[in-house]
Structures are given as C-alpha cells and as structure tokens.
Design a protein around this ligand. Structure first.
Ligand code: NCD
Length: 309
C-alpha cells in the first residue's frame, strides 16, 4: 500500500526528505502523462474545499488538480454564504463536508485548525493554510520549484525576505528546507523577524542568518523567496503602515544578483516585486504557481489511491 494513502497533510514537519523526494517523482510522473492517462488516476473522486480565508491560487490549483486526475470538487469559498453564519461549528461543518467527499481541503485563520479538523473528519484533511502557522502544500510546491529550476536543493544559498513573522509559507518552507543542506539568509524589518518560538525546532536542523539589509548577501543567493507583508494579520494598522513597502525587488536589485538566481513568491504579490522583473529569466513565480497544480495533483493522487499511480 502507498504510504500516503488516506493520510492527512497537516504539517510539512510530517514529511522527511525521502517522502518529499517521492512526491517530487510522482509530480514529475504526472507532468509526463498525457491528459487521458492523468484522468484515470482519481476518476470519480470528490474533493471538498472549505475556505475561511480568501484564496485564488490555492483553491483554484486544488480544483484544477483534482479535475486533471479525473475527480471533481465542491465546497465553500465564501463562508458568509454557509451555515457558519447561522453559528454552525467548524467541527460540524467538517463532519458534514467529509460525508460528501473523499478528501477535504481546509484554510482557516486559526493555528491548529487543520489538526483539529483531521480529528473530527472521516476523510483525510489537507491543510491549505492554518493561521500564521503552516501551509504545507505551498512548501511542497516551493521545494519542487527550486528543484526543477535549479536542478538541486542541497548546496544552495536561499534568501527569504519580507514578513517573516506572520507569513505561514515561510515557516513551512523553513521546515521543508531543514531536510536539505542549504544556507538560509532571512531578511525582514526588525518588527517582522522570524518568531523564535516557532523556529526552535528548525534551528536544530537548519542554519540561518538574519538581517534587515536585503543587499547584504544578495550577490551570493541562488534563490530569493519574496513574501507579502501580511496586512490582515497585524493587530494594529499603524504597525503595518510602518513596514509597508520595506523591500521592493526591482531591476536595480536584480542586477546585483547572480545571473542564474531565481526569484520566487507564493503570491499574491502587492508591491514587493516590481512588474518589470516578470519578463526576466530570473522570475519564476508564475512557473511556481503552475507547479502547484502538479504537486497538488500528485498529493491528491497519492492520498486517494491505495496503490499509488
Ligand atoms: C499565501 C498564503 O495564503 O499564506 N498565499 C498562497 O497560498 N499562495 C501567501 C500570502 O497570502 O501572502
């Protein structure tokens, strides 16, 4: 039996290097298949999504991923039109949605929400973003992008810039990178430094330096992972305004980078990457979004099929 079958995907911490590499091979396999062959993978299976926070890519890439492997999707992306408005609990909503589906994809503003949902759901739960804590499928997509575009992960120098305090993709990515031999350089305003309580474990497996200056190691980086300042998670708008626009990756900065360095971003982008970068060979964030469809199709195919595919 394939080891991912019927397993929840709650945290990237639950995946070791061997498992990540296995998911990458299945993703490559999906990318090589033609559409008819792909549609046989999870024919007739239903994915239910339940999104308590806005999303474009994550939800649509799950939609598109399940359709590409022959399944279908249903769900709630606008919570104001659901029974949550009448006071229904997360537990009851999850129980109901798991009756109508084979796998449930949840995005919720609270840390721990997906783990809680997995406890009450009769079907596997995939965490599509839980509070400021985790976004494991994004990390799998990010690692896959690095591997595809740089042909390796071990040995790379990776800069992560932006909102390192509230950006959940950063925490999942750091835990994922902990499986590899990489040098990580974290760049953020002082008030948005990485949370020490959440990096205690990562520090045992990953060495990283911290700085407020994006130029400090810019010429050494192989990958620059840019993140959005998470306005919606600031308790005080004044604090957001102080850090808004702290880093803008533009042509001037790109010129200081290695010729073959890549720029990634989980998206949505606001002003942190200027649009003139988009047409350069270094900009890989739209490719990253496309890889997300294939990594999610691989994850779904493995979760839904006892013998893999
Ligand atoms: C991210 C998220 O929701 O954490 N978006 C995404 O899923 N690609 C990043 C963000 O919102 O800034």
């Amino acid at each position: 039996m394939n080891k991912f079958y019927q397993k929840d995907i709650i945290s990237i911490k639950d995946f070791d290097k061997e498992q990540l590499e296995e998911i990458f091979s299945f993703t490559d396999k999906i990318m090589r298949m033609d559409s008819t062959e792909r549609r046989e993978i999870s024919k007739g299976k239903t994915l239910a999504y339940l999104f308590y926070e806005p999303s474009t890519r994550t939800r649509l890439s799950f939609d598109s991923a399940i359709a590409s492997i022959g399944g279908n999707s249903l769900g709630i992306s606008d919570i104001s039109s659901s029974s949550t408005q009448k006071g229904e609990s997360l537990a009851d909503t999850v129980k109901i949605m798991s009756i109508y589906s084979d796998v449930l994809v949840l995005r919720h503003p609270l840390d721990g929400s997906s783990r809680f949902a997995a406890e009450v759901s009769s079907k596997p739960v995939i965490n599509a973003g839980s509070g400021t804590e985790e976004h494991p499928t994004q990390a799998i997509q990010d690692l896959f992008t690095i591997k595809k575009e740089k042909k390796m992960i071990d040995g790379l120098k990776i800069g992560i810039v932006g909102d390192l305090k509230y950006g959940r993709t950063v925490y999942s990515l750091l835990h994922g990178l902990g499986n590899y031999d990489v040098d990580v350089h974290l760049i953020s305003p002082e008030s948005l430094r990485i949370r020490t309580d959440s990096t205690y474990e990562i520090k045992k497996r990953l060495s990283f330096s911290e700085s407020t200056d994006i130029e400090e190691h810019i010429d050494e980086l192989d990958v620059l992972y840019v993140t959005r300042i998470q306005k919606e998670r600031f308790p005080d708008e004044e604090e957001y305004l102080k850090v808004k626009g702290s880093y803008i990756v533009g042509m001037d900065l790109l010129k200081k980078m290695k010729d073959d360095a890549i720029v990634l971003h989980p998206l949505p982008r606001l002003d942190e990457i200027s649009t003139d970068i988009d047409s350069t060979k270094n900009a890989k964030y739209f490719d990253q979004a496309e890889y997300g469809k294939y990594t999610r199709a691989a994850l779904l195919g493995l979760t839904l099929n006892q013998d893999g595919f």
